[in-house]
Write a protein that binds this ligand. Structure first.
Ligand code: ISJ
Length: 383
């Protein structure tokens, strides 16, 4: 496949590969030279560094993979040095003109939990925030989609890449044989040489096909106290975690508006100059994860509340997907706007940050809007 362009890499993707398309590059990893699987994510980062440093010259000096929301033996961090790695430039703008692929119609779609249960969970979270002195918690829900024939990750990935020009669009093989498939707007961490960048997102509003309504939603988000509060909790945590690794940091005082084809968000680009050249992109991603974008603050009690209130396991949703190379450079995106794809079914996930001012109905609508990234790529109605 050497010398192929980004669209050829996309066309070549098949179940079991690793694929990541960003605004700058397209990466395809195939096969497994060495797999590193560890429920302890710091141990995982160390083992991956050693593997890449001591590796025989016959394999690509890059490792790719996925971190779960919460690591344990059933859902460990999983990073592989692929047998083959292919790198090309950005798939866009040409990818936007690709004809869409048809995805089979599902036989059943079931919300987990029922929407009324999610409303109750958000209301309980609001009460618990006050009682337990939490500043924020992120609650998610899922959609289980069933087919009477094999799922088509290749087709869905193709449409996700075509739809999301500025997204981090990924397909990552998981240890149990499934695939995590999605297009996230959010950069957990990138490291290039001595420079680290994080672009955390919190604060959301749906896009609208009507330009006046769309602009209104954006404006309302930019002036929403509740959303700015959610966002401030997040940037503070990211800055606090990165500071010990950096000799200099640049942190804008206000977030900016970020758009995806389906959502508006508040985002802040945080940059830093590393003081320790030995710390890899994966070490930094592991240190940051889980940020309050997908868990809450303080982390341990927010994680506990998530376990109490969500009726399903997040698996690799709200984790991270990315790559790290032998120099320690790399790029990890927050694994949201995604689905875990099995043989004949898939599970879509969407969550939102809850603060004391949150309204359950608005939170339910926000998760519905966030499902649209995947539903649209599957050719399904987005309601
Ligand atoms: C948790 C998700 O999204 C995150 C939560 C956001 C919010 O609460 O406003 C915004 C962007 C993401 O960081 C998701 O899409 O599932």
């Amino acid at each position: 496949m050497t010398g192929r362009g980004p669209l050829e890499l996309l066309a070549n993707y098949r179940r079991g590969d690793f694929f990541l398309a960003t605004a700058e590059r397209t990466l395809l990893g195939r096969g497994v030279h060495t797999a590193v699987c560890d429920a302890d994510e710091f141990a995982l980062a160390e083992r991956v560094r050693t593997t890449l440093r001591t590796a025989a010259p016959d394999h690509p000096p890059i490792a790719v993979g996925a971190l779960p929301f919460h690591s344990d033996t059933a859902t460990p961090g999983y990073v592989v040095v692929p047998a083959e790695a292919h790198l090309a430039g950005a798939a866009h703008p040409r990818a936007a003109w690709l004809p869409r692929r048809k995805v089979r119609t599902p036989v059943a779609i079931r919300p987990v939990p029922e929407p009324t249960r999610h409303l109750e969970a958000v209301a309980s979270a609001v009460t618990a925030l006050e009682e337990r002195k939490l500043r924020k918690v992120v609650l998610a829900r899922a959609l289980d989609v069933e087919f009477d024939a094999p799922t088509q990750p290749e087709e869905i990935l193709h449409n996700l890449v075509a739809d999301n020009e500025r997204g981090y669009t990924f397909a990552a093989a998981l240890p149990g044989g499934g695939t995590l498939l999605g297009s996230s707007p959010e950069l957990l961490l990138s490291r290039r040489g001595g420079t680290v960048v994080s672009h955390p997102h919190a604060g959301s509003a749906p896009r609208s096909a009507d330009p006046t309504t769309d602009a209104k939603h954006a404006q309302a988000l930019m002036s929403s106290r509740k959303d700015h509060l959610e966002h401030a909790v997040l940037t503070e945590a990211v800055v606090e975690t990165l500071r010990p690794y950096c000799r200099r940091m640049t942190v804008p005082s206000r977030p900016t508006l970020v758009s995806t084809p389906t959502m508006w968000h508040l985002g802040t680009t945080i940059t830093g100059e590393l003081s320790d050249p030995d710390v890899t992109a994966l070490h930094l991603a592991v240190a940051l994860h889980p940020t309050p974008a997908i868990c809450g603050t303080p982390t341990p009690s927010a994680r506990q509340l998530v376990t109490e209130l969500e009726e399903f396991d997040r698996g690799y949703y709200a984790g991270a997907v990315g790559w790290v190379d032998a120099k320690g450079d790399g790029e990890w995106t927050v694994s949201i706007r995604c689905a875990e794809v099995a043989a004949q079914s898939l599970r879509l996930y969407a969550g939102g940050g809850i603060v004391p001012e949150s309204d359950p109905k608005a939170e339910l609508e926000e998760t519905t809007a966030k499902f649209a990234t995947l539903l649209r790529a599957m050719g399904l109605p987005q309601e």
